[in-house]
Design a protein around this ligand. Structure first.
Ligand code: SF4
Length: 383
């Protein structure tokens, strides 16, 4: 099955290689596979060419995102080659947001030169924690010193730096979390993402938690710390625009906003997801199969779905509520039957009285308490 894109402004490239495999990770990522980098790179470029006729002719891109895995381990010569191909197939310039995910400890100054040269203009740096011992216990081998070095070096090249933290890592006290966020406010960053730790099934962390070898911090304390973090970041001009994302004025992530606003995007590479406005599909996560199928000019798509009208509406509602702009109710209710329509407004009233939601001028938004219970609120709204 081939999926055609009528319009396309957002491109995702997946680089699955990592220097280690973190114990909490369930991304399409693999350590100790460096010998496949070159082969994978060639398959990736072939996948781009094989899909050229299914995309608009040289579409003008608003965003390009290199995610992983650890894309900062993409060898410079190969990355230059990739951008040569991207420039043949797509139209982009310095106004296009071009992000690369970076892990501290994986970058040399030569890479910064290459990234600037090819047009990368935004780094998303995976800090996660400044407690070296905590990270190392989760098999993530980076140090606070490497974080400081990369920020100091990168700020000489890039004016759009983002850092990621994970809230709820075992072994980080409330005070230590606050100290880390306070320290981050002295960094030359314009964007910060705060993700709650998720314990994914079948990860080493999952087995440690289920066998009681690791204690996770209590939920209540996470809620308090999250609310403290929102207020603290606001004091430094970092406005929350999505549950996990905070930006200084003019530095919201355009690429992530495209996902949240259900714009079309095309992903290339292992396990990459795509959406053409109607169909959502995902490439195989099996490296051998990916490379072989590309070589044989066969499809690498492993999963595809076409959402029904009500699934689309639920998705819009969920994605919209995660954003501080909220959701315009009138866009949602047109597809509801009369009884569901009544129930929906009853649910809004209930959630408002529980101070989980606010309803003003036809727009619903989560309250600070509602953000923390976002899943429950969405399910209740749709019940
Ligand atoms: S570096 Fe990132 S992608 Fe790689 S294993 Fe760790 S969390 Fe996963």
């Amino acid at each position: 099955m081939s999926y055609r894109f009528i319009e396309l402004e957002h491109l995702y490239i997946h680089w699955p290689f990592c220097p280690y495999k973190c114990h909490f990770c369930d991304f399409v990522a693999m350590a100790a596979h460096e010998e496949f980098m070159q082969q994978y790179h060639h398959a990736l470029l072939k996948e781009l060419y094989q899909n050229e006729s299914l995309m608009p002719l040289k579409p003008r891109l608003r965003t390009i995102y290199f995610g992983g895995g650890t894309p900062s381990t993409y060898p410079a010569e190969l990355l230059l080659d990739t951008f040569g191909t991207l420039r043949k197939l797509f139209d982009f310039d310095q106004t296009t947001e071009v992000t690369i995910e970076v892990n501290p400890g994986t970058v040399t100054p030569r890479l910064f030169d290459v990234w600037s040269e090819v047009g990368i203009n935004r780094l998303s740096i995976g800090v996660q924690s400044l407690k070296d011992a905590v990270l190392s216990s989760l098999n993530r081998h980076q140090s606070k010193q490497q974080v400081e070095e990369i920020l100091q070096q990168a700020s000489g090249y890039f004016k759009n730096l983002s850092v990621d933290f994970i809230l709820g890592l075992p072994g980080v006290s409330d005070e230590e979390w606050k100290e880390m966020i306070q320290e981050a406010m002295s960094w030359p960053i314009q964007h910060i993402s705060i993700y709650f730790l998720t314990v994914h099934e079948d990860t080493p962390l999952y087995f440690k938690v289920t066998r009681n070898k690791i204690q996770l911090p209590p939920d209540d304390s996470m809620v308090d710390l999250y609310n403290w973090t929102v207020d603290y970041l606001a004091g430094y001009g970092f406005e929350r625009y999505e549950i996990s994302n905070f930006a200084k004025k003019g530095f919201r992530s355009l690429h992530n906003a495209a996902y949240w606003n259900r714009k079309s995007y095309r992903g290339f590479g292992l396990g990459a997801c795509s959406f053409n406005g109607i169909d959502r599909f995902q490439n195989t996560k099996n490296l051998g199969k990916y490379i072989q199928n590309i070589e044989n000019c066969q499809s690498v798509v492993d999963m595809a779905e076409t959402l029904t009208e009500s699934q689309i509406m639920l998705e819009k509602l969920m994605l919209g509520l995660r954003q501080t702009d909220g959701v315009l109710v009138k866009e949602y209710i047109t597809t509801l039957s009369l009884d569901k329509h009544t129930k929906f407004f009853e649910n809004i009233a209930l959630l408002e009285s529980a101070q989980l939601l606010s309803y003003r001028d036809g727009n619903i938004q989560l309250t600070p308490k509602g953000y923390v219970l976002e899943n429950e609120v969405t399910l209740k709204l749709f019940s």
